[in-house]
Design a protein around this ligand. Structure first.
Ligand SMILES: [Zn+2]
Length: 431
């Protein structure tokens, strides 16, 4: 640009573009969108055409013959103020259609807004973003034009449509565009002329209680194709799908107890993920009722969270409190109870993968700490033990020892055979 005046280069580019091909105000403004701040493309394009017409008019009045020729050349492509000037000096012109949008861009944006409004009717939404499917023929045509004009950068038509549709939807509906956290993506397909709503998954944090035994956390289908347990916590949660108008549901939990163990106390933390929900702002008390199967499964949903909570939940080990009812043979003495409590105070336990899950999991050694044990005798052979330990400890194996795969165990410390009659999880505590 060198010593040229500020306005010269931009006007030159506009003149060059309009001498080559027809462009509407929006498309001209968009191709030169990197000049001018806080201007709409339409304003920018119209302003360029206006200044061009003024400059040509000035030259005509100054007797510049070349100016008339230039006017003839530009008027049909530029239309607007240049066409009006032409009608005074060189006769009426028929405006050519914009090479990029065919003069349809305004209508297109309007139509897309109407379609979006209509599609949004079926969804509960507060925040949104607009997306435009890339690779449309409009986008390709625009790129061809821009490159033929020697432009290196420009604002794309997809970006303008995103912005304009977003702005108008906000005005029409009061919904907020929010790029960080949005309820739906309003996806525009320019080739199809269609608008689809893509609801983002919904995550709800809560806790579940299992008040009965033989309930699995997830549906458990055996190798024979038969369901192992009649009920599962996840299936219970599926009652939420109807409430939220969701297409699918996935349950994420912080660890898992065995199907034959009850989950008591305040319950185990879980996050319910609802996929493609139509409703998002359901009262959680009402939702909790739909997720529960009293009296066996009770789900208490606490609050709506982000996906990060799922990650946190999966990583959290926490502290667990278990209640075990054990059968001990030969009978157990008072000294035995004291030994148990003393031996398992802040005791590190090494556990090879239990033989009962070896088929599904690699044989590794896991180390977990037992913080404390409290034991009392119910009958000469039966004791009740409360165990407070790190999450992830195989607590049944802690009791019976799993043929030495868990060391130390109640069985190895007592030198007696121990078998598990009942197991309950009393608490899942955060670290
Ligand atoms: Zn256009």
């Amino acid at each position: 640009m060198g010593s040229e005046k500020a306005g010269d280069e931009v006007l030159k580019q506009a003149t060059h573009a309009l001498s080559m091909l027809p462009l509407c105000d929006r498309c001209l403004g968009r191709l030169l969108a990197y000049y001018g701040y806080a201007l709409h493309n339409e304003e920018r394009g119209r302003a360029l055409k206006t200044v061009l017409s003024m400059e040509i008019h000035r030259r005509i009045l100054a007797g510049d013959e070349g100016a008339l020729k230039e006017l003839e050349q530009l008027a049909a492509n530029a239309c607007g103020p240049l066409a009006k000037l032409a009608s005074k000096y060189v006769g009426e012109v028929r405006c050519n259609e914009c090479r990029i949008c065919g003069g349809r861009l305004d209508d297109l944006i309007y139509e897309l807004c109407l379609k979006a409004l209509n599609a949004l009717k079926n969804y509960e939404v507060r925040t949104f973003i607009v997306g435009v499917k890339s690779g449309s023929s409009l986008e390709k045509r625009e790129e061809e034009v821009a490159l033929s004009l020697g432009l290196e950068s420009w604002e794309t038509i997809s970006r303008e449509i995103k912005r304009e549709v977003g702005k108008r939807l906000q005005l029409m509906t009061g919904l907020r565009p929010n790029f960080r956290k949005y309820d739906v993506v309003i996806l525009v397909d320019l080739d199809e002329g269609s608008v689809t709503i893509q609801p983002q998954p919904l995550y709800i944090l809560g806790r579940y209680l299992k008040l009965g035994r033989f309930i699995s956390q997830m549906p458990w289908i055996g190798r024979d194709g038969v369901k192992r347990y009649v009920m599962s916590v996840e299936e219970s949660c599926r009652g939420l799908m109807e409430v939220y108008g969701a297409e699918d549901l996935k349950m994420h939990a912080s660890g898992r107890e065995d199907a034959d163990a009850r989950m008591l106390g305040r319950g185990r933390p879980l996050v319910v993920e609802l996929r493609k929900p139509k409703r998002r702002f359901v009262n959680l008390k009402k939702a909790s009722a739909k997720a529960s199967r009293p009296p066996w499964v009770v789900v208490n949903l606490e609050r709506y969270v982000s996906f990060n909570e799922v990650v946190r939940l999966k990583q959290e080990r926490g502290v667990k409190v278990y209640r075990l009812v054990l059968y001990v043979d030969p009978p157990i003495s008072d000294e035995d109870l004291v030994t148990l409590e003393n031996e398992f105070r802040d005791r590190l336990v090494k556990q090879r993968t239990p033989s009962r899950v070896l088929r599904r999991r690699a044989d590794i050694v896991r180390e977990r700490t037992v913080f404390s044990v409290k034991a009392r005798r119910l009958t000469p052979h039966v004791i009740e033990v409360l165990v407070k330990c790190e999450g992830g400890l195989y607590v049944k194996e802690l009791a019976h020892g799993d043929d030495g795969r868990t060391e130390p165990s109640f069985s190895s410390v007592l030198g007696k055979e121990v078998s598990v009659l009942f197991l309950d999880v009393l608490e899942c505590l955060s670290e």
